[in-house]
Design a protein around this ligand. Sequence first.
Ligand code: DGL
Length: 265
Amino acid sequence: MNKPIGIYDSGTGGLTVAKAIAEMLPNESFIYFGDTAHLPYGDKSKESIQLYSKRISDFLIGKGCKALVIACNTASAHAYATLTERHPEIPIINVVDPTVEYCVKDKSYKKIGIIATKGTVTSRIYPRKIKKVNPEIQVFQNATPLLAPMIEEGFFNNRISQTVINSYLSAKNFKEIDALILACTHYPLIKKEVERYFKDNVAVIDSASVVATVTKNVLIKNNLLSSSQIPSRQFFVSDYTKAFEKTAKLFFGEKITLKEDRIWD
Ligand code: DGL
């Protein structure tokens, strides 16, 4: 089915997921929506995120999307249930379930660390879901609120970012972890720095490619794969600035044009 996939995030961070989907499903069209007017989601209440998510999903489905990917951990934690209830007609993929599934499949991970926004950490979605599958696994979480804005400002792979990352990762409860989930779609950009901190002794897991694989499987299962060879990709934001276009390139890995749609007006 040659309709687009809808993908959304609070801003440009979810483009790491869009990029992985573009690589894994080169024939698929998609419409990306970054809610830059409300960025960051990490500090917002559950109610606000549900409200934003409802409006964005209506916008994307109104444009004919055949499936929806919530490319944001915070929105996945707070709004996935709301959206599946609101749009039972299309498959909806969140970033948390595929990542949890991927992690618990590897039986060698007994102590898993999580870094994420305050919203994701306080929702306790990762410990709940991991322990539901395997109560023996210990989960250690830390909110790392400086990381998303730091990366958005282009601070990664430099001394400042390494200092901030080291300071978060040196937390006492991370001393004995054997895996760390980068539970924010901004964080794939600092994966190498995180691995360097742990001297490659800890498995560092980001959700982008895991979510792309699950998206592919869901499309196959629902008979929704595109047959078109020429995909169309559109990128919307709710508040346009040149700075967002610059960071979009960082997250997507190539220059893209952002269109503004002030869906809140
Ligand atoms: N990309 C969002 C996530 O995965 C975090 C950024 C924000 O706070 O808006 O949780």
